[in-house]
Design a protein around this ligand. Structure first.
Ligand SMILES: [Zn+2]
Length: 418
């Protein structure tokens, strides 16, 4: 009996360990680095550019804002030496990434059976689709769900349109939201699902947001990458189309055709920020493009959800120059950050992408403003959890309800202005 139980536990251990990149990250470490000046940030940025295997999980230009790097074993010594020789402070925040992935898998494995709500767990691709389908069935006058295309691996990508059921789908203005273009940023699709939940299930509380506006949401853009982070590599960021003979994936948020490839986007197919072999090389970015272009004139706000960093960013991402309407963009983002600050005390920084982060051409927000002429285009970097991209399921509720406060305030400002 004891032997049987032992075998069962061993089998369970193997099943859990074999999922989600337990092996992939053996010996990997996550460093937190605190550049004390813009010069030190620049040095760190250059160190990361020189070595394509160093994955900067987050890095801003702002002094004293902690950056994080995921570093494979063979580069750790050199990385530490480079930091020390430049006088840059760092500490290890995760000395065994594969172990923490194992514990997360362990937690998820037992949690699956009891999952109840979008606020309690990360939904898989199929669960997200069921969530949308259920709403469309229960609220047919106000909700429609449409497949807007297929991913590279052939998964349907769905968009939900939410209205108040009156004079919709023709003349009203539109707020368009997407999430999950970067696969590992799991809190982003969770936030999108919560926005949908608020607009549909809590219609009475939010009907002013749907009076003169329809909302379109794609809660998961990079469906292939997202499933891959659940099944194989937790920190996968890109799409899943082969990018060369040996590497996979393009950075969806460097693949849009507006100053494509100019700055902060890599031409190397194995890099995390690979821009693609051409603009819109990925079916997933083509889908977002087509919706953005269909909304020229009606589209007043485009919000793209990412993690992490507690930031509300607006164009341009390709240059440090500001767009003509930057004051409007700034005003809307500040409405969001102020509402969050007032409600929970959490700080969200506001600014143009290039001035807060590093230049990154080919982003969807730049395309929305520059080509589709949607006046308010915002990238929201949600909070971090765990080593950055893996907030515990118990943290989802706080993060997404807080984000909704900011998103609602931004939408109200947009509705007031346009
Ligand atoms: Zn992202």
């Amino acid at each position: 009996m004891i032997l049987f139980e032992f075998k069962l536990i061993s089998l369970l251990f193997l099943i859990i360990a074999s999922t989600n990149g337990f092996e992939e990250y053996k010996g990997y470490k996550i460093y937190e680095i605190i550049p004390s000046s813009v010069t030190q940030s620049n040095i760190l940025y250059k160190i990361s550019l020189k070595n394509e295997e160093i994955d900067m999980l987050t890095l801003t230009k702002l002094p004293n804002v902690p950056a994080r790097a995921l570093v494979p074993p063979k580069h750790q010594q050199k990385f530490e030496n480079d930091l020390i020789s430049n006088g840059i402070t760092f500490r290890l925040i995760n000395s065994n990434v594969s172990n923490s992935i194992f514990y997360n898998n362990f937690h998820n494995f037992f949690k699956r059976a009891t999952r109840q709500h979008i606020l309690e767990d990360y939904y898989r691709y199929n669960e997200i689709n069921s969530f949308l389908k259920d709403l469309a069935e229960r609220f047919p006058e106000r909700v429609s769900v449409k497949k807007v295309g297929d991913s590279y691996e052939g998964r349907a990508i769905n968009a939900i349109t939410i209205t108040n059921g009156k004079n919709s789908l023709t003349s009203k203005n539109v707020i368009f939201i997407d999430a999950g273009i970067h696969a590992r940023e799991w809190i982003a699709p969770s936030t999108a699902l919560y926005i949908i939940y608020q607009l549909v299930e809590k219609f009475d509380e939010n009907k002013h947001l749907l009076e003169n506006y329809d909302w379109i949401v794609i809660p998961l853009v990079n469906v292939d990458g997202y499933e891959y982070t659940h099944k194989s590599q937790r920190f996968w960021r890109k799409t899943r189309k082969p990018s060369s003979a040996i590497c996979y994936g393009t950075d969806g948020n460097r693949n849009f055709d507006f100053h494509w490839g100019e700055q902060g986007a890599s031409s190397l197919p194995c890099q995390e920020t690979f821009k693609g072999e051409k603009a819109f090389s990925e079916p997933e970015t083509q889908i977002v493009r087509d919706i953005l272009l269909s909304l020229t004139g009606r589209g007043k706000m485009y919000l793209t959800l990412h993690s992490y960093g507690n930031l509300l960013l607006y164009p341009w991402g390709y240059t440090s120059a500001l767009p003509e309407n930057w004051k409007d963009l700034d005003e809307v983002c500040k409405a969001g950050s102020n509402a969050i600050k007032l409600s929970t005390g959490t700080n969200y920084r506001v600014g143009s992408s290039t001035n807060v982060l590093y230049a990154a051409a080919g982003g969807s927000d730049d395309y929305a403003l520059g080509v589709a002429k949607i006046p308010i285009a915002v990238t929201m970097e949600l909070p971090s959890g765990g080593s950055g991209f893996d907030p515990k399921p118990s943290q989802i509720r706080k993060m997404v309800t807080e984000a909704w406060i900011g998103i609602k305030a931004m939408a109200e400002k947009v509705i007031e202005k346009y």
